[in-house]
Design a protein around this ligand. Structure first.
Ligand code: SF4
Length: 250
Protein backbone atom coordinates (compact mmCIF):
# COMPACT_ATOMS: atom_id res chain seq x y z
CA UNK A 1 0.00 0.00 0.00
CA UNK A 2 1.23 3.52 -0.79
CA UNK A 3 1.95 5.80 2.15
CA UNK A 4 -0.95 8.20 1.72
CA UNK A 5 -2.84 9.20 4.82
CA UNK A 6 -6.20 10.73 5.55
CA UNK A 7 -7.88 12.99 8.01
CA UNK A 8 -10.84 10.90 9.17
CA UNK A 9 -13.53 12.38 11.36
CA UNK A 10 -15.63 9.31 12.20
CA UNK A 11 -16.04 5.62 11.46
CA UNK A 12 -19.36 4.04 12.36
CA UNK A 13 -22.18 1.75 11.25
CA UNK A 14 -25.68 3.15 10.88
CA UNK A 15 -28.67 3.34 8.58
CA UNK A 16 -28.36 5.48 5.48
CA UNK A 17 -30.57 8.50 6.08
CA UNK A 18 -30.94 10.02 2.63
CA UNK A 19 -31.59 9.28 -1.00
CA UNK A 20 -32.11 6.10 -2.99
CA UNK A 21 -30.68 3.75 -0.38
CA UNK A 22 -32.27 5.31 2.72
CA UNK A 23 -32.90 2.70 5.40
CA UNK A 24 -30.04 0.45 4.32
CA UNK A 25 -27.37 -0.40 6.85
CA UNK A 26 -24.01 0.97 5.85
CA UNK A 27 -20.54 1.51 7.20
CA UNK A 28 -19.69 5.22 7.17
CA UNK A 29 -16.22 6.65 6.65
CA UNK A 30 -16.50 10.37 7.32
CA UNK A 31 -13.50 12.38 6.09
CA UNK A 32 -12.60 15.75 7.58
CA UNK A 33 -12.61 19.02 5.65
CA UNK A 34 -15.01 20.83 3.31
CA UNK A 35 -14.53 23.88 1.05
CA UNK A 36 -18.19 24.93 1.46
CA UNK A 37 -19.99 26.49 4.40
CA UNK A 38 -23.66 25.67 3.80
CA UNK A 39 -25.88 27.56 6.25
CA UNK A 40 -27.69 24.34 7.12
CA UNK A 41 -24.62 22.13 7.56
CA UNK A 42 -25.34 19.30 9.98
CA UNK A 43 -21.74 18.05 10.23
CA UNK A 44 -19.90 21.17 11.45
CA UNK A 45 -17.36 18.93 13.17
CA UNK A 46 -16.21 17.78 9.71
CA UNK A 47 -15.68 21.19 8.10
CA UNK A 48 -11.99 21.27 8.95
CA UNK A 49 -9.47 18.49 9.52
CA UNK A 50 -9.78 17.14 13.05
CA UNK A 51 -7.00 15.94 15.36
CA UNK A 52 -8.83 12.78 16.41
CA UNK A 53 -10.95 10.17 14.62
CA UNK A 54 -13.92 8.70 16.53
CA UNK A 55 -14.42 4.98 15.93
CA UNK A 56 -17.91 4.05 17.13
CA UNK A 57 -18.14 0.37 18.08
CA UNK A 58 -20.65 -1.74 19.98
CA UNK A 59 -18.34 -1.41 23.01
CA UNK A 60 -18.19 2.36 22.90
CA UNK A 61 -16.15 5.05 21.19
CA UNK A 62 -12.44 4.66 20.55
CA UNK A 63 -10.29 7.62 19.54
CA UNK A 64 -7.38 7.51 17.12
CA UNK A 65 -5.01 10.32 16.26
CA UNK A 66 -5.07 11.69 12.72
CA UNK A 67 -3.84 11.28 10.10
CA UNK A 68 -4.64 7.61 9.52
CA UNK A 69 -2.78 5.57 6.93
CA UNK A 70 -4.50 3.37 4.36
CA UNK A 71 -3.77 0.25 6.40
CA UNK A 72 -5.20 1.87 9.55
CA UNK A 73 -8.43 2.89 7.83
CA UNK A 74 -8.87 -0.45 6.10
CA UNK A 75 -8.24 -2.37 9.34
CA UNK A 76 -10.87 -0.29 11.16
CA UNK A 77 -13.34 -0.73 8.29
CA UNK A 78 -12.81 -4.49 8.23
CA UNK A 79 -13.21 -4.75 12.01
CA UNK A 80 -16.45 -2.76 11.95
CA UNK A 81 -17.74 -4.77 8.99
CA UNK A 82 -16.90 -8.09 10.65
CA UNK A 83 -18.63 -7.01 13.87
CA UNK A 84 -21.80 -5.70 12.26
CA UNK A 85 -23.10 -7.73 9.32
CA UNK A 86 -25.12 -7.48 7.17
CA UNK A 87 -24.05 -4.27 5.45
CA UNK A 88 -25.18 -2.81 2.14
CA UNK A 89 -22.20 -0.57 1.36
CA UNK A 90 -19.26 1.43 2.60
CA UNK A 91 -20.46 5.05 2.53
CA UNK A 92 -17.62 7.51 2.06
CA UNK A 93 -18.84 10.90 3.23
CA UNK A 94 -17.72 14.17 4.79
CA UNK A 95 -17.26 17.05 4.85
CA UNK A 96 -16.35 16.77 1.20
CA UNK A 97 -14.51 13.48 0.70
CA UNK A 98 -13.12 14.49 -2.71
CA UNK A 99 -10.89 17.03 -0.94
CA UNK A 100 -8.72 14.01 -0.04
CA UNK A 101 -8.66 12.57 -3.53
CA UNK A 102 -5.14 11.13 -3.39
CA UNK A 103 -6.03 9.11 -0.32
CA UNK A 104 -9.34 7.96 -1.83
CA UNK A 105 -7.74 6.73 -5.03
CA UNK A 106 -4.91 4.98 -3.20
CA UNK A 107 -7.24 3.36 -0.63
CA UNK A 108 -10.19 2.38 -2.81
CA UNK A 109 -8.03 1.01 -5.62
CA UNK A 110 -6.48 -1.57 -3.33
CA UNK A 111 -9.33 -2.47 -0.96
CA UNK A 112 -11.43 -5.67 -1.18
CA UNK A 113 -14.51 -5.34 -3.40
CA UNK A 114 -17.06 -7.33 -1.34
CA UNK A 115 -19.02 -4.25 -0.40
CA UNK A 116 -19.78 -1.53 -2.95
CA UNK A 117 -18.56 1.98 -2.21
CA UNK A 118 -21.18 4.72 -1.99
CA UNK A 119 -19.64 8.17 -2.42
CA UNK A 120 -21.54 11.12 -0.97
CA UNK A 121 -20.33 14.37 -2.52
CA UNK A 122 -21.46 17.95 -2.88
CA UNK A 123 -20.78 17.53 -6.61
CA UNK A 124 -18.47 20.50 -7.04
CA UNK A 125 -15.18 18.80 -8.03
CA UNK A 126 -15.78 16.99 -11.34
CA UNK A 127 -12.11 16.27 -12.17
CA UNK A 128 -11.60 14.64 -8.80
CA UNK A 129 -14.81 12.67 -9.12
CA UNK A 130 -13.62 11.25 -12.46
CA UNK A 131 -10.41 10.05 -10.81
CA UNK A 132 -12.21 8.01 -8.16
CA UNK A 133 -15.18 6.72 -10.20
CA UNK A 134 -13.50 3.43 -11.22
CA UNK A 135 -13.78 2.25 -7.61
CA UNK A 136 -17.17 3.72 -6.73
CA UNK A 137 -20.39 1.81 -7.35
CA UNK A 138 -22.96 4.35 -6.12
CA UNK A 139 -22.76 8.13 -6.40
CA UNK A 140 -24.89 10.41 -4.24
CA UNK A 141 -24.65 13.94 -5.65
CA UNK A 142 -25.96 17.10 -4.06
CA UNK A 143 -27.40 20.07 -5.91
CA UNK A 144 -26.70 23.11 -3.77
CA UNK A 145 -29.19 25.97 -3.98
CA UNK A 146 -27.48 29.32 -3.28
CA UNK A 147 -30.69 30.59 -1.69
CA UNK A 148 -30.36 28.17 1.22
CA UNK A 149 -26.63 27.46 1.34
CA UNK A 150 -25.49 31.09 1.28
CA UNK A 151 -22.77 29.89 -1.13
CA UNK A 152 -22.33 30.90 -4.77
CA UNK A 153 -24.05 28.82 -7.47
CA UNK A 154 -22.22 25.69 -8.67
CA UNK A 155 -24.55 24.57 -11.49
CA UNK A 156 -21.78 23.91 -14.02
CA UNK A 157 -19.79 21.82 -11.54
CA UNK A 158 -22.92 19.88 -10.54
CA UNK A 159 -23.74 19.14 -14.16
CA UNK A 160 -20.19 18.02 -14.96
CA UNK A 161 -20.21 15.67 -11.96
CA UNK A 162 -23.58 14.21 -12.91
CA UNK A 163 -22.52 13.70 -16.53
CA UNK A 164 -19.35 11.93 -15.41
CA UNK A 165 -21.20 9.57 -13.03
CA UNK A 166 -23.87 8.75 -15.63
CA UNK A 167 -21.29 8.24 -18.40
CA UNK A 168 -19.43 5.82 -16.14
CA UNK A 169 -22.64 3.80 -15.72
CA UNK A 170 -22.80 4.29 -11.97
CA UNK A 171 -25.87 3.91 -9.76
CA UNK A 172 -26.45 7.64 -9.28
CA UNK A 173 -29.04 9.79 -7.58
CA UNK A 174 -29.28 13.48 -6.79
CA UNK A 175 -30.36 15.20 -3.59
CA UNK A 176 -31.44 18.82 -3.37
CA UNK A 177 -31.80 20.13 0.19
CA UNK A 178 -34.79 22.50 0.49
CA UNK A 179 -36.31 24.70 3.15
CA UNK A 180 -38.67 27.69 3.29
CA UNK A 181 -35.83 29.97 2.06
CA UNK A 182 -35.19 27.95 -1.10
CA UNK A 183 -35.87 29.90 -4.29
CA UNK A 184 -38.45 28.26 -6.55
CA UNK A 185 -36.45 29.08 -9.68
CA UNK A 186 -33.48 27.16 -8.27
CA UNK A 187 -35.63 24.07 -7.68
CA UNK A 188 -36.85 24.29 -11.28
CA UNK A 189 -33.31 24.83 -12.59
CA UNK A 190 -32.03 21.81 -10.65
CA UNK A 191 -34.81 19.60 -12.03
CA UNK A 192 -34.05 20.72 -15.59
CA UNK A 193 -30.35 20.07 -15.04
CA UNK A 194 -30.88 16.48 -13.86
CA UNK A 195 -33.48 15.66 -16.52
CA UNK A 196 -31.24 17.20 -19.19
CA UNK A 197 -28.41 14.85 -18.30
CA UNK A 198 -30.52 11.73 -17.72
CA UNK A 199 -34.22 11.69 -16.72
CA UNK A 200 -33.72 8.21 -15.23
CA UNK A 201 -31.66 9.70 -12.39
CA UNK A 202 -34.02 10.22 -9.44
CA UNK A 203 -34.09 13.66 -7.85
CA UNK A 204 -34.73 13.72 -4.11
CA UNK A 205 -35.96 16.94 -2.57
CA UNK A 206 -34.60 16.69 0.97
CA UNK A 207 -36.49 18.84 3.47
CA UNK A 208 -33.93 20.26 5.86
CA UNK A 209 -34.25 19.58 9.57
CA UNK A 210 -33.58 21.99 12.40
CA UNK A 211 -30.31 21.25 14.19
CA UNK A 212 -30.69 18.91 17.15
CA UNK A 213 -34.40 18.23 16.70
CA UNK A 214 -36.43 16.38 14.05
CA UNK A 215 -38.46 19.42 13.00
CA UNK A 216 -38.64 20.17 9.31
CA UNK A 217 -37.78 23.67 8.13
CA UNK A 218 -40.40 23.54 5.38
CA UNK A 219 -44.09 22.70 5.65
CA UNK A 220 -46.20 20.32 3.57
CA UNK A 221 -47.48 23.14 1.35
CA UNK A 222 -43.97 24.19 0.43
CA UNK A 223 -42.95 20.63 -0.32
CA UNK A 224 -46.04 20.11 -2.47
CA UNK A 225 -45.24 23.28 -4.41
CA UNK A 226 -41.59 22.36 -4.98
CA UNK A 227 -42.50 18.82 -5.99
CA UNK A 228 -45.01 20.07 -8.55
CA UNK A 229 -42.55 22.61 -9.88
CA UNK A 230 -39.69 20.14 -10.26
CA UNK A 231 -42.01 17.52 -11.76
CA UNK A 232 -42.77 19.81 -14.71
CA UNK A 233 -39.27 19.07 -15.99
CA UNK A 234 -38.26 15.81 -14.32
CA UNK A 235 -40.26 12.55 -14.34
CA UNK A 236 -38.89 11.11 -11.08
CA UNK A 237 -38.94 13.65 -8.24
CA UNK A 238 -39.29 12.32 -4.69
CA UNK A 239 -39.64 13.89 -1.25
CA UNK A 240 -37.64 12.20 1.49
CA UNK A 241 -36.74 13.64 4.91
CA UNK A 242 -33.43 12.89 6.57
CA UNK A 243 -34.27 9.50 8.08
CA UNK A 244 -31.36 9.45 10.52
CA UNK A 245 -32.67 12.64 12.13
CA UNK A 246 -36.18 11.24 12.43
CA UNK A 247 -34.77 8.09 14.03
CA UNK A 248 -32.34 10.02 16.22
CA UNK A 249 -29.32 7.98 15.09
CA UNK A 250 -25.87 8.87 13.77
S1 SF4 B 1 -21.10 20.46 1.59
FE1 SF4 B 1 -21.92 19.21 3.28
S2 SF4 B 1 -20.27 19.17 4.79
FE2 SF4 B 1 -19.81 20.85 3.39
S3 SF4 B 1 -20.71 22.68 4.38
FE3 SF4 B 1 -22.24 21.87 2.93
S4 SF4 B 1 -23.53 20.49 4.19
FE4 SF4 B 1 -21.63 20.87 5.36
Amino acid sequence: MRSVSANVSELFVSFQGEGLHAGRRQLFVRLGGCPLRCRYCDTPESLVPVPVCRVVTADGVRRRSNPLGIGDVEAEVQALADAAPPLHAVAVTGGEPLLQIDFLVAWLSCRPRELPVLLETAGIMPERLVRVLPWVGIVSLDLKCPSNTGERARWDEHEACLRAAVAAGRDVYVKMPVDEDTAAEEVARGARLVAGVDPRVPLFLTPLTLPAEPTLTIGPGGLERFHALASRDHPDVRILPQLHKVLGIL
